[in-house]
Design a protein around this ligand. Structure first.
Ligand code: IVH
Length: 670
């Protein structure tokens, strides 16, 4: 009986190991994850019933080891060497030249070309095929015993496959984290309010240095093997490439990108080809490695201090570099958003000098704990503005300064508004701030705002650049003489523009309020505000509480409105416009509001009126018109070619009216 169980257990282990090999090493799984899990479960249950039959290299034994207090030191029997770095083709040609000289040959040298994985080097020792020890590189002589942690990595076999297997085989490789795994890990950490990792390499290295293997087990780590350290009672092929293939046969995962190059030119072509693929690879690489392929030649070449003479790392220009934050300044965007920008000690990243990096917003600064004076890791990705990935806290000087949000706009000195819970802080000087001027004027004159026909984006730019207009109120001070001096502006078009400006003076309070560009005050809110307060003076005096009595106005919008009207410069601009003749009929709210409390959604094309007209009528009758269908929608009015909103209305069982029904409905309620 027990023999049978033992056999059963062994079979299950063999099956699991085989599937692991097919999945991680051959990259061609033959069963689904669920099927694998089922086999795994079966084994786990059998082992639980028969604990005496558990072996250290059973697939179930990857996890469960106890947390350590510290890692033991491990002396490497064969030192773990490092690589000499080369940054350009010239360095590589010189390297190749040296090899030729040392080997006394003029024939093209054969190189094994590999991607240079950006992770951390690990040595793993197998005895009779069983994983016995794993260690970090450390200083190359002595590393740390991270056996329990390495065993949690599923692509690391606990037992080698195939025969013959050397009695001792110590293999070396790079443990890394995929870009996707890294992003997911950080997303998770963010959600839990934990520290995030600066890059996949730090994440991999940080994970392996965890004292609790159970935490490591949850980290998406994997490995590519690239070399052999010690070997006893076993033989290897005579070249590096074939040796790596042998590792693969033993179940050790190697990079599929490895190639043999005949001569240095082919190495450089490999570098170019991998460089092009780099962004699309699922993991980070920081260069490629060329290794003299023939092991006999490697032996002849030997090594110097800590690096072999037979290999070189051809690095990609760094994407991430360390530098110091010398100062932080705040830039005001076109919409008033304040962006903290780090002024850096200039550094080269991927061939470009980087002097500034965006810090995004105050939350980001807090999250990354960035101070002025900090040494930081800066990343440049493609053409995107460089950003600070993280701080090297150990290098923080005593005099490092906390970064504080300025109270006043660096451009116009208006107050800075930072609404609780919002990441972005903003300048409240929308109407006068030079940084926001053009945007606020474009908005002001737009069709749904003051509708100054002829005053388009280009002309606004021209007027501001010529210094004729610096706030929206200045539009009403423009003269014919000034206008005709502008390029491409004849007298006739200048007069036309003045006529249009004059015409725009006659407006409605809701349009006027909307045109001021108060944050988050769209047309609908402007309309509610006009109805509720009836004059700008009443709005000016309104408290945050009374603002919230208005439909659609929550605490955030109320604060935006109150902030806007508390700025004397904004009041001056309004006053100037009113003095220039901007006027509106006094607001009368119709008593007849039979549709109060009802919400409509208009979709498709109506034939008797535009959607805007329909909206106006409905709103006069007290209804609210919304852009999207929800369970709260009272009616959906469908014109020709209605699309997804109709579908949604049907799904939610909302009342649907076609245009004819809508016409009848309006008649009944007007
Ligand atoms: S060979 C004797 N091959 O790069 C040669 N190293 O800068 C020793 N690395 O410590 C290393 N990918 O962590 C080699 N395909 C590769 C590699 C690689 C990444 C790392 C490794 C090493 C470091 C040296």
């Amino acid at each position: 009986m027990s023999d049978k169980i033992k056999k059963n257990i062994e079979q299950l282990r063999e099956q699991l190991n085989e599937h692991n090999y097919l999945y991680y090493v051959m990259d061609s799984p033959t069963i689904s994850d669920a099927e694998y899990d089922a086999l795994f479960d079966k084994l786990k249950k059998l082992e639980a019933k028969h604990p005496a039959l558990v072996t250290p290299d059973s697939p179930t034994q990857r996890v469960g080891a106890k947390p350590l207090k510290s890692f033991a030191e491990v002396k490497h029997r064969v030192p773990m060497l490092s690589l000499e770095n080369a940054f350009d083709d010239e360095d590589i040609l010189a390297f190749d030249q040296r090899i030729h000289e040392r080997l006394h040959t003029e024939k093209a040298i054969e190189y094994c070309c590999e991607p240079k994985m950006d992770g951390l080097a690990i040595s793993i020792r197998y005895e009779d095929g069983h994983l016995m020890h794993a260690a970090t590189r450390g200083d190359g002589e002595t590393g740390e015993d991270v056996t329990d942690n390495i065993k949690t990595i599923k692509s690391v076999p606990l037992l080698l496959r195939g025969k013959p297997i050397p009695r001792v085989l110590e293999v070396r490789g790079e443990v890394y984290m995929s870009k996707k795994g890294f992003d997911e890990l950080n997303d998770e950490a963010l959600k839990k309010g934990q520290k995030i990792f600066a890059n996949p390499r730090n994440a991999a290295a940080g994970s392996i240095r965890q004292l609790d293997p159970n935490i490591v087990a949850a980290r998406p780590l994997t490995i590519f093997f690239y070399g052999v350290g010690e070997i006893e009672d076993g033989s290897l092929p005579d070249n590096h490439f074939a040796m790596l293939q042998r590792l693969k046969q033993w179940g050790l995962r190697i990079s599929p990108l490895i190639k043999v190059a005949k001569g240095v030119e082919e190495c450089l072509a490999f570098y170019q080809a991998i460089g092009k693929k780099r962004d699309k690879l699922p993991y980070e690489i920081d260069g490629v490695v060329y290794k003299v392929n023939q092991l006999s030649e490697q032996k002849k070449l030997g090594f110097v201090t800590r690096a072999p003479r037979w290999a070189v790392a051809h690095k990609f220009p760094a994407e991430e570099v360390n530098t110091v934050i010398e100062a932080v300044e705040f830039q005001v965007g076109r919409t008033g958003a304040l962006t903290p920008v780090a002024r850096l000690t200039p550094v080269h990243v991927r061939g470009v000098t980087v002097r500034n990096a965006t810090l995004h917003n105050m939350d980001e600064i807090k999250r990354k704990d960035i101070h002025v004076g900090d040494t930081v890791i800066v990343r440049r990705a493609g053409d995107v503005i460089p950003e600070v990935v993280g701080v090297i806290v150990a290098k923080r000087p005593k005099a490092a300064k906390r970064i504080v949000l300025p109270k006043h706009c660096p451009v116009c000195h208006s107050h800075i508004e930072h609404v609780e819970g919002e990441a972005v802080a903003r300048c409240t000087g929308g109407l006068i701030c030079a940084a926001q001027r053009k945007e606020s004027i474009k908005h002001f004159s737009s069709r749904r705002a003051m509708d100054v026909e002829g005053l388009g984006d280009k002309l606004v730019e021209q007027l501001v650049d010529a210094g004729l207009v610096s706030s929206i109120a200045d539009i009403y001070q423009l003269t014919l003489d000034e206008l005709i001096k502008l390029e491409r502006m004849g007298e006739k078009s200048a007069q036309n523009l003045l006529d249009q400006i004059e015409k725009s003076k006659k407006t409605t309070l809701e349009r006027f309020l909307y045109s001021l560009g108060i944050r988050e005050v769209g047309e609908a809110t402007a309309k509610q505000l006009a109805r509720h307060f009836k004059t700008p003076q009443a709005l000016e005096k309104a408290s945050i509480e009374s603002l919230q009595e208005v439909e659609d106005v929550g605490p955030v919008v109320a604060e935006h409105i109150a902030n806007f009207f508390s700025e004397p410069h904004n009041l001056r601009v309004i006053d100037k416009m009113v003095k220039a003749g901007v006027n509106w009929p006094s607001v009368k709210v119709s008593e007849h509001q039979p549709l109060a409390g009802k919400t409509f959604v208009l979709t498709g094309t109506l034939s008797h009126m535009t959607r805007d007209e329909a909206k106006e009528i409905l709103e006069k009758l007290g209804a609210k018109v919304s852009g999207s269908v929800s369970a709260k929608t009272s009616y959906v009015v469908v014109g020709e070619e209605a699309g997804s909103k109709l579908d949604k209305a049907k799904k939610l069982n909302v009342n649907i009216m076609n245009e004819a029904a809508f016409q009848r409905f309006l008649k009944q309620h007007s």
